[in-house]
Structures are given as structure tokens and as C-alpha cells.
Design a protein. Structure first.
Lengths: 115, 118
């Protein structure tokens, strides 16, 4: 089974702090994703990476950056946290290899509160 | 543009009732993939099914069944004899395709919250 692990289930930080959310997958997937989920807005893609050191902006990248130094790890960085970044953050990964559109596999999510 | 619409925001049923979750999609492509995910209260999205546009056979897996109708651009999900453990948010998603082909990204609907009461 694919395992996508997010470093924290719950996190509380202060406005202005630099926040790191870590995600690790154990199935050698090329693609990795960061989403945020808010009530009434569904899942929104923040950033996407299709290979080491490669990244692509999603629908809502403002205020975020990402890092993919190793294939298994994809980090989301809030450069200067603000209260409107309080949300549920979900990491996912998927395989390119066997043709298009392999399903994405998700972590448990990190519920981040910015005070 | 591609789009997925789940018009039902919330559904509440009593245990053992059958319930259908609607999903309507928009795409100009002839080849595409559709997905359903379940998000229980614990938070993790769990992959349920993938269907490609050439396979219009309905699929059944235990109490779950999926009805794919290209003519109406719908991919509906039915739970038969619902149980309390089915309470979750359910997402329908469509593969994203650009001029360069599949991007690997998914376009998600807004989700339908299903509450099954005992």
C-alpha cells in the first residue's frame, strides 16, 4: 500500500512565523501535490511537483513556496504565516509510470491554525 | 474549460437507506478519467474508483456502485443500504488535460457531505 505521511496532524503557529509542512511518500511516485481544504471551497491546489527540484504553481500559490530536494519528500513553506492561511493542508502523490492518470494518494492532512 | 459539479452540498439519510451522490463534469476531450474519493472525519482522502471515458460499464463493489453516462456527462455514486461508517465527504474528480496532454492534476468537485444517522 502507498503511504503518504505528513509530519503533523495539528499545528499552531503565530502570525509572521515561517512554517514548514513536510510530506513523505514511500512509493517512488514522481508527482507530489499540496492542497488546502476550506469549508465551501473544496480542495484547491497550491503547488505541484513532477520531479526532483521541479515545481509548478497551482491555483493559489500566493504566500507559499515549496521544496523538493529528494523524490520522496515535498515540503510546503509559509514564508510569513497569516491568519488567512489557517486551514487543512493535504499532501498527495501519484505515479506517472504506467500511463496517465494514476490515482492520487493522500496523507492524513495537517490542520494548521495561525494565531 | 474542464469542470466538475457536485450539486448536493449535504445529504442526510437514515441507516439502511440507499443514497446517490451526483457528479456532473464538463470536458471537451474524448479521452479522460474520472475518480471518486472518500474523506472520513479522520481527514485522509481515500481513493475509491477510477473510470476511463471508454468504459461505460457500471461498476459494483459491495454496497458501492457507480453509474457512468457519457451522454449526460455524469458519474454518479450509489451506496446501497447505507451505514453510519459511510458518513464522510465524497469528492468526484476529473483528469486535467491541456494542449500538452495530461498534466497529472485532478479537477475536484466541491464535495458532498453525507451523514448517515443510526
Amino acid at each position: 500500500d502507498v503511504k503518504v505521511t505528513q509530519s503533523s496532524r495539528y499545528l499552531v503557529k503565530r502570525t509572521g512565523e515561517k512554517v514548514f509542512l513536510e510530506c513523505v511518500q514511500d512509493m517512488d511516485h514522481e508527482n507530489m501535490f499540496w492542497y488546502r481544504q476550506d469549508p465551501g471551497l473544496g480542495l484547491r491546489l497550491i503547488y505541484f511537483s513532477y520531479d526532483v527540484k521541479m515545481k509548478e504553481k497551482g491555483d493559489i500559490p500566493e504566500g507559499y513556496s515549496v521544496s523538493r530536494e529528494k523524490k520522496e519528500r515535498f515540503s510546503l513553506i509559509l514564508e510569513s504565516a497569516s491568519t488567512n492561511q489557517t486551514s487543512m493542508y493535504l499532501c498527495a502523490s501519484s505515479l506517472i509510470g504506467r500511463g496517465p492518470n494514476q490515482p492520487q494518494h493522500f496523507g492524513d492532512g495537517t490542520r494548521l491554525s495561525i494565531l | 474549460a474542464q469542470k466538475v459539479t457536485q450539486a448536493q452540498t449535504e445529504i442526510s439519510v437514515v441507516e439502511k437507506e440507499d443514497v446517490t451522490l451526483d457528479c456532473v463534469y464538463e470536458t471537451r476531450d474524448t479521452t479522460y478519467y474520472l475518480f471518486w474519493y472518500k474523506q472520513p472525519p479522520s481527514g485522509e482522502l481515500v481513493f475509491l474508483i477510477r473510470r476511463n471515458s471508454f468504459d461505460e460499464q457500471n461498476e459494483i463493489s459491495g454496497r458501492y456502485s457507480w453509474n457512468f453516462q457519457k451522454s449526460t456527462s455524469s458519474f454518479n455514486f450509489t451506496i446501497t443500504a447505507s451505514q453510519v461508517v459511510d458518513s464522510a465527504v465524497y469528492f468526484c474528480a476529473l483528469s486535467e488535460i491541456t494542449g500538452s496532454g495530461y498534466t497529472g492534476k485532478l479537477i475536484f468537485g466541491q464535495g458532498t457531505t453525507l451523514q448517515v444517522k443510526p
